[in-house]
Design a protein around this ligand. Sequence first.
Ligand code: ZN
Length: 325
Amino acid sequence: MNVLNRRPLFVLIQTVVLVVVIMAPASQATGQARTSETVIQKATEQFEDSPLIITSLSQGLYVFSGDGGNVTAIVDDGSTLLIDSGLASRISELSDAIFRTTMRPVTRLVNTHWHFDHTGGNTYFGSSGVTIIAQENVKKELSSAEDVPFVGLRDGHYPPQALPGLTYQSSLTLQQGSQKLTLENYGAAHTDGDTVIYIAPANVAVVGDIFSNHFYPIIDLSSRGSIDGMIHSIDRILAQTDEQTKIVPGHGPVTTRANLKDYRDMLVQVRQRVKDLIAAGKTMDEVVAAVPTKDFDARWASGYVTPEVFTRMVFTSLAGANDSR
Ligand SMILES: [Zn+2]
């Protein structure tokens, strides 16, 4: 019943957002409305239309990509543990593919954070008795309506069966067959409920949306995400991994630590440029016009987060830190 109730609420909230944007001053409204709609439309179209691709990382370890955020499956003798649950509208296709690939029932599901493209299958799995595990703030974010500035996303109010039944604060260890999973939260980064999962001895790190491979990231400012938190978490991940570690990003292909390091260096440089422009008294629109991402766009602007939206998020993250809020 709750599932049926969610969509009208979502539509209603979207309508309210649109009205507010139209009523805003024309100079802001034009850019805001266009970029907000572009981000969410691009993302949704991509998640709905991309083929589901299955990648084998090692014995009993698979990544399912295309239907939202990357989904990782770790198989033992009798069960499958999942990390993230994809997009709600494609859950039948995903669960069929998981069962065909692993031939074992899903018994545990870890969420890297609360966003809809990583928790869309929570209701499905939770309803069939799967234990959902997450950092404690994920339960809070999934239980209430949340919005993400600059991308036009509002979501929340998941039904009780979709909520984490097992939560932790800063660290948790799980065993799945021969693999040890270490769940870590390094404070707010992409959101305030991010989990990084290290899998050993496979030497895999599943990092969620702290890293979108080839994309500028979304920084969920309303969930206390920040550019500083993103950089801090990535520094911790770099310290915990080596050149052989397979890095599973929230979106995009499985990659290497070297690529994560390049992404970290991009974040650091864009942050510094925006910080300098703020110190020089520039407004958000002036900072956007200065294109502080310019020399990084060829490599990182291929996703649904445009350089403009990313710059606005970095600006707000840094300018907000100087406010008393
Ligand atoms: Zn996310």
